[in-house]
Design a protein around this ligand. Structure first.
Ligand code: PLP
Length: 440
């Protein structure tokens, strides 16, 4: 069923996107009562260990000053978790996350995405990956179609397979997920086939495509998703890695559907604070967060409280403005690396391969068609690895695993000399392939 954008959109419950199992899911009999453990209530409830038996008597973290011109070599500040903060860090805690951190992040989201609180909440997860899987598990039943941008982040594919989703690929162009292609897919949906309710996209610094969806593109996609009533899973771990922040789907959705509820947004601390914290958060209507909370209660109980409290401490020390300054430093760091990395790549690969320079993210999505390569999976085994180079073949980023002429090349870590040698070897491998094809 479609709704007309001209009509005043009726307020519809976000739980319409949930599977029957997710709708019926309930917290266990212990966690259900956590909310009543207030200061004036004596709790005989949870089987928490006594923290006086734990050997940890303090946690300290040393952080840089995001405003220093050379943050990584500038002065540092030591933040200590003490008393209640330490107790919260080392004890079991609330399923959706440490309440103080959630409150802080809800404040961040209000400012960053200009969305006043009211119709959405935040919940923590063990990285945004954890939350994306739980969101898919709450919205997708075996055999359900799921719209996936293609290429897409390979990390979501095992989850989709596990849920027996049927993935429909929607191509990405230089501005990310193609609205034109999406319109086409939706308008020509096979008669009698179950229609999709969920769309997965990684709109900024797309992994692996490197593309970034700008405001206009996002509005086009949002309009289609409202028209066909599709929930957008906005996986946005590279959001802060653009030199200037690009408005998110979560920010823009109210321009298309005033009450919101069409977007679940996934943020991550992995790229801007530390991947090892394993901490991310989802921003969505409470109706969509509840089944995620139930899945968390059933699996990992909650995201690591030590990570949550360290991040809480850092964010309260820096404030939004300090966090954004740090994120900008990170964005500039990668922009700098991308600059010299691409310069080396061009020197070796021009005439052999092409790519679109990414606005954000950590990857070049290199198309090797110019060298005649149609399937980089076999190329990698038969030419790349024997020439001493390895990069991820494109097929890994398509649900269909169809042969692809692309490879994903990461510029996040490699030093200059290794990049130089790496692209030299890749060029040799491509030339070798080309000459074998010509001689065949
Ligand atoms: C597009 C995308 N989504 C999610 C993740 C996982 O993020 P997290 O570390 O928050 O689980 C990654 C990690 O590389 C990613 O590239």
């Amino acid at each position: 069923m479609t709704i007309s954008l001209e009509d005043p959109t009726p307020k519809r419950c976000p739980s319409r996107f949930l599977t029957p199992a997710a709708k019926a899911s309930q917290l266990d009999g212990i966690r259900e009562f956590y909310q009543y453990e207030t200061d004036d209530v004596i709790s005989l409830l949870a089987g928490r260990p006594n923290i006086s038996t734990f050997p940890i008597k303090g946690i300290s973290v040393e952080i840089t000053d995001p405003h220093h011109p050379e943050p990584s070599s500038g002065p540092t500040t030591t933040l200590n978790l003490k008393d209640d903060e330490l107790r919260t860090a080392i004890q079991y805690g609330a399923t959706n996350g440490v309440p103080a951190l959630i409150k802080l992040l809800e404040g961040f989201q209000e400012i960053i995405h200009k969305r006043p609180k009211g119709s959405w909440n935040v919940a923590m997860g063990s990285g945004c990956q954890d939350l994306i899987y739980k969101a898919l598990a709450s919205t997708v039943q075996p055999g359900d179609p799921v719209l996936c941008e293609a290429p897409l982040y390979a990390g979501v594919l095992p989850g989709l397979q596990n849920l027996q989703a049927v993935c429909f690929e929607v191509e990405v162009d230089e501005y990310g997920l193609s609205a034109k292609r999406l319109a086409d897919v939706l308008a020509n949906w096979p008669e009698g086939q179950k229609r999709p309710r969920v769309l997965y996209t990684n709109p900024i610094g797309g992994n692996p495509s490197g593309t970034t969806a700008v405001r206009e593109r996002k509005l086009e996609v949002l309009k289609l998703c409202v028209q066909y009533d599709i929930l957008i899973l906005e996986d946005d771990p590279y959001y802060f890695l653009t030199p200037d922040l690009v408005p998110s789907y979560f920010e823009l959705e109210t321009e298309v559907i005033p009450q919101g509820g069409q977007v679940m947004r996934f943020d991550s601390f992995s790229k801007v604070l530390a991947g090892g914290f394993r901490l991310g958060f989802v921003t969505a209507p409470p109706e969509l967060l509840y089944p995620i909370e139930v899945l968390t209660a059933a699996t990992n109980l909650h995201a690591a409280a030590v990570s949550q409290m360290i991040i809480y401490k850092i964010l309260t020390h820096w404030g939004v403005e300090g966090f954004l300054a740090n994120a900008r430093n990170v964005a500039l760091f990668y922009a700098g690396r991308k600059g010299w990395f691409e310069e080396i790549a061009h020197r070796h690969l021009d005439g052999l391969a092409r790519w679109t320079s990414p606005v954000a993210g950590l990857f070049l999505w290199v198309d090797c068609s110019e060298s005649g390569v149609k399937n980089t999976s076999t190329f990698m085994y038969q030419y790349g690895i024997p020439h001493g180079i390895v990069a991820c073949p494109g097929a890994s980023f398509y649900p269909s695993k169809a042969p692809s002429p692309h490879i994903r090349v990461s510029f996040s870590e490699l030093p200059r000399d290794k990049a130089e040698e790496g692209f030299k070897r890749l060029a040799e491998a491509l030339r070798h392939y080309k000459s074998d094809q010509n001689n065949a």
